[in-house]
Design a protein around this ligand. Structure first.
Ligand SMILES: Cc1cc2nc3c(=O)[nH]c(=O)nc-3n(C[C@H](O)[C@H](O)[C@H](O)COP(=O)(O)OP(=O)(O)OC[C@H]3O[C@@H](n4cnc5c(N)ncnc54)[C@H](O)[C@@H]3O)c2cc1C
Length: 445
């Protein structure tokens, strides 16, 4: 592919396989891809030029925000690396602050930029995850019960469309695009700027509790507690094996209060603090950026094992689901279990107001066993898949961001039929040639 016209047209840099720095440029958090060229954009015009160039050359457009999904680990295409567009700016009245964020920013940068303003946004839990991919897919984090999904706070955007045009999106300008961007993925263009309604956040209270013994009574107690808890409280239950280097082994409850009020957090957690299974508590008040995790990037020489399992948005975390989750973890040594409370502001949003599914879900659940050769055989795979399928069948939907699959059929499980039909018709209007297809792809029709 002749890159000379593109090199002349953009102010950012272009890297191809023969260039110095190629391996570093194509490595993302999720692993290394093999695009034909990487455009490190430094302006919105660069994005337009890169999209037009890729279309003229009949190449796939690969958009990289924070680089945590599997989409940028594939082959071919022109990758638009948005890391150079990462400004964070607070605008609007002090009573209704809006934060404008470049399309390539990551959540750790955003949290650090907002902390001096005593402001916060509902994001994810990990500092290096991109604002782009997380928001466009929904975004479940520590503030999900207080303020909803990351996407729920989106009030506007600047978008480079499949023709290379730059459009402003808001409640009054192309509102159908705003609806689609609140969970419909990267299907509609390259978001070069996200506008979010921000919230006052002078700090958070954060607790970590160690759990020993049977998970079942603990999960039941959490279910009861969260059914009536203040929405400032969001809770996670996690059970990981010692093989996972990114988190301590064992069962933990972590809890965040959307404000620096340790007493309120302790009071809200008191029913679980009294359980025999809860051994130890660490409770602190800190700045929101301090609770975001730093996760190591994937080592390209040590591919991660496969994952047999999935995620589910559960409306009714009844005893059968709890028993199924506990048994899943117990019957697979190398497996993980993760539950995050929903409800609160997440449930305030009307089902049709965004494409995101299952607003009646009270818990987000993820479980999976690592497919380690020698440890897992074919019979195990069949059994583990069936066990997970039985749990997922009890759910009200799946969350596309929490999967590493690039299977094109997966998107069909992510949305209601109504949302999928609406997304498809918006796609037809704005991207009829499916230029933006390296995502959970909504086909235009
Ligand atoms: C370690 C880790 C922790 C995570 N923690 C959370 C969490 O707490 N909560 C949660 O909800 N999810 C979490 N996720 C899932 C995460 O939301 C998805 O992996 C998401 O796709 C990552 O976005 P990204 O921008 O980093 O990835 P990318 O791979 O850069 O992008 C993902 C998709 O979004 C598109 N895209 C990205 N930016 C733009 C843009 N500006 N305009 C148009 N399209 C764009 C890409 O083309 C691609 O299709 C986590 C993932 C990992 C690996």
């Amino acid at each position: 592919m002749d890159l000379s016209a593109l090199r002349a047209a953009v102010s950012g840099s272009i890297i191809a396989a023969a260039d110095e720095g190629w391996d570093a440029a194509r490595a993302s958090h999720a692993g290394s891809g093999s695009p034909e060229a990487i455009v490190r954009v430094s302006s919105v015009d660069d994005v337009s030029e890169a999209v037009r160039f890729a279309v003229r050359q009949d190449r796939a457009v690969v958009v990289r925000g924070g680089g945590h999904s599997a989409w940028s680990t594939l082959a071919d295409g022109v990758m638009i690396d948005l890391a150079g567009l990462a400004d964070v700016e607070v605008v609007g009245a002090a009573t209704r602050p809006v934060v404008r964020i470049g399309g390539g920013a990551v959540w750790g940068e955003v949290a650090r930029a907002l902390a001096p303003h005593a402001l916060g946004l509902s994001s994810g839990d990990t500092a290096s995850v991109g604002v782009g991919g997380l928001t466009l897919g929904g975004g479940i984090g520590w503030m999900v019960r207080a303020w909803g999904l990351a996407a729920d706070q989106l009030v506007g955007a600047q978008l480079v469309t499949s023709s290379g045009a730059v459009v402003e999106v808001s409640e009054t300008e192309h509102p159908e695009l705003l609806w689609a961007l609140r969970g419909g993925g990267g299907n509609f263009g390259v978001v070069t700027r996200f506008d979010f309604a921000a919230h006052p956040l002078p700090g958070v209270a954060y607790a970590e509790l160690d759990v020993e013994g049977d998970a079942r009574p603990v999960l039941r107690a959490l279910r009861t507690l969260l059914s009536d808890a203040p929405r400032d409280l969001t809770v996670t239950y996690m059970d990981v094996p010692s093989m996972d280097p990114s988190a301590p082994a064992g069962k933990t409850i972590t809890a965040c209060w959307a404000g620096p009020d340790a007493d309120a957090l302790r009071a809200a957690l008191s029913p679980v603090l009294g359980l025999d299974e809860v051994r130890e508590a660490r409770l602190s008040v800190c700045a929101y950026p301090d609770i975001l995790l730093e996760q190591p990037a994937a080592d390209p020489d040590q591919p991660l094992p496969g994952f047999i399992g999935g995620n589910s948005l559960i409306a009714d975390l009844d005893d059968a689901v709890i028993d199924g989750l506990a048994a899943f973890r117990e019957s697979n040594d190398a497996s993980v279990l993760f539950l995050r409370s929903l409800g609160g502001a997440y449930a305030d949003v009307a089902p049709a107001a965004t494409p995101f599914p299952a607003r009646d879900a009270t818990w987000f659940v993820m479980a999976g066993a690592f497919d380690i050769p020698g440890l897992v055989d074919d019979d195990d795979r069949v059994r583990i898949s069936a066990d997970w399928d039985a749990i997922e069948a009890r759910g009200a939907g799946v969350y596309g961001n929490f999967t590493t699959t690039t299977d094109p059929t997966f998107v069909g499980r992510m949305y209601s039929a109504e949302a999928m039909a609406r997304l498809s018709s918006i796609k037809l209007r704005w991207d009829p040639q499916n230029v933006f297809s390296r995502n959970h792809n909504v086909v235009p029709f």
